[in-house]
Ligand binder design. Structure first.
Ligand SMILES: [Zn+2]
Length: 453
């Protein structure tokens, strides 16, 4: 076997690993690059392999930075199967068309307002492209091995990061390789913990929080404090959140806060994302993966008012606090939340609350880093609102939690490839694994190929 790293090197986005087994090629994850412009430009450059020559794709999970390149791969001639869990397939059916729609919308907006450097601005792919690639999805249950190509064994095991998320293990009879994808947290509020794994000859491990430890605080309490103090000054809490995963954790926390009487049950809470509402329904469908009871699931699904139409979304900007708005995207790179930031960031009574990791180069990272203004739709918007972070809701294991998961391996990998982290985080994760586990580690470069002997 051979592996080539086509993404998630020096960055948390663009996860794509090409595994060659004899004449066959399997792509593990098919993610979009996001964040810094040089990274985003990689989405437009051709892959080092013809799409038609890839035999199969296996997805660890449905987040766009792991699945969002599929519509392009299919448009470029990939016709093989996309293997993933039933949960991942369900989520891709809502996330990918939305990603296509967002890109069309951004391009259209840029053209209408004439602030694109390209004339006309083109979407990377369309909703139509995304709809077409969904036919390739081929769900396989977790825990049941199959052959993505002849001679190669594959299996998926739940990783606790979102509904459907899984570790991917490949084995050709003499060598095995394990892909961590994104590793969930042992004590997630909503999801069951990541499954223990036996290990493999080679390991590709994520390092999003490789240089950090999550605070040992209670996310429900922390969220309650932010909402209470913002509501006291009559402000609006705007929470950019991934429609899938983070949005559901937030809804669960808000429902708990209402039940505990920490926040008023009458405080208006808007979930301004029809997609997040659909994803919440899918969470209910796959509730075996959750640690919530049936009643808790139902309560989570009904705790917020769901904003459907773009018209109703625009009207929210004219409303006054106190209120809470949860809207996508999670790093404020697009989606309805961008319009809310434009409307609410200039007022110091309001709060912008980040509930997850903000990749470098995104609007979210700029605001979280304390930028006094942020560019939205070609305009400099002042940020006078309070900016707060809710790190505890992260769906990623921190450095110690990842190390804890690795300690459960029965065998030492011959080589561990540390990926899916900003450079400092990936290097800190490498050092920690070398120091605490004495495993050989390597930080692969973009497009690097390694033979798995
Ligand atoms: Zn993810």
């Amino acid at each position: 076997m051979k592996i080539q790293f086509l993404g998630a090197t020096d960055t948390v986005t663009g996860s794509k690993y090409l595994v060659r087994h004899g004449e066959a090629s399997v792509l593990v994850d098919c993610g979009l690059f996001q964040g810094y412009k040089p990274l985003r430009l990689r989405n437009w450059s051709p892959l080092p392999v013809a799409a038609a020559d890839i035999d199969a794709v296996i997805l660890t999970h449905a987040h766009i930075d792991h699945s969002g390149y599929l519509p392009l791969l299919a448009r470029q001639g990939f016709t093989g199967k996309v293997f993933c869990t039933p949960g991942t397939a369900d989520l891709c059916r809502i996330l990918l068309p939305d990603a296509g729609h967002l890109q069309e919308e951004e391009a259209e907006y840029a053209n209408r307002h004439g602030f694109s450097k390209h004339a006309p601005a083109l979407p990377l792919y369309t909703r139509e492209d995304a709809m077409r690639c969904l036919k390739l999805l081929h769900p396989v249950p977790a825990g049941k091995p199959w052959h993505p190509v002849p001679g190669l064994n594959a299996s998926l095991t739940p990783s606790g990061h979102m509904v459907g998320s899984s570790f991917v293990r490949l084995d050709d009879g003499s060598r095995s390789i394990l892909f961590s994808g994104d590793i969930g947290r042992p004590n997630d509020l909503v999801l069951r913990p990541p499954s223990p794994m036996d290990g493999a000859d080679y390991l590709v491990v994520e390092s999003t929080y490789g240089d950090r430890l999550h605070k040992d605080s209670d996310p429900v309490l922390a969220l309650g404090q932010v909402i209470k103090r913002t509501a006291a000054r009559g402000g609006v809490v705007v929470i950019p959140a991934f429609a899938v995963g983070r949005a559901q954790s937030l809804l669960h926390c808000i429902e708990v806060l209402k039940t505990q009487g920490v926040i008023d049950r009458k405080l208006p809470v808007y979930l301004n994302s029809p997609m997040a509402a659909k994803a919440t329904q899918l969470y209910l469908k796959h509730k075996a993966e959750l640690r919530l009871t049936f009643a808790e699931c139902e309560a989570m699904a009904h705790t917020a008012h769901i904003v459907e139409s773009p018209e109703e979304s625009r009207l929210l900007n004219a409303k006054h606090g106190p209120m809470v708005i949860i809207a996508a995207s999670g790093m404020a790179t697009g989606g309805r939340v961008v319009h809310h930031l434009k409307a609410f960031a200039p007022d110091k009574r309001n709060t912008i609350l980040f509930a997850g990791f903000q990749a470098g180069g995104t609007r979210g990272a700029l605001i979280a880093g304390g930028a006094p203004t942020v560019r939205i739709h070609g305009q400099e918007v002042p940020v006078r609102a309070e900016v707060a972070m809710l790190d505890d809701l992260s769906a990623h294991s921190d450095a110690a939690e990842i190390t804890g998961w690795l300690r459960g391996f029965k065998s030492t990998p011959k080589q561990t490839f540390v990926t899916h982290g900003e450079p400092a985080a990936a290097d800190a994760m490498r050092q920690r694994i070398e120091r605490e586990l004495h495993w050989p580690c390597h930080l692969p470069c973009y497009l690097e190929s390694v033979s798995l002997d």
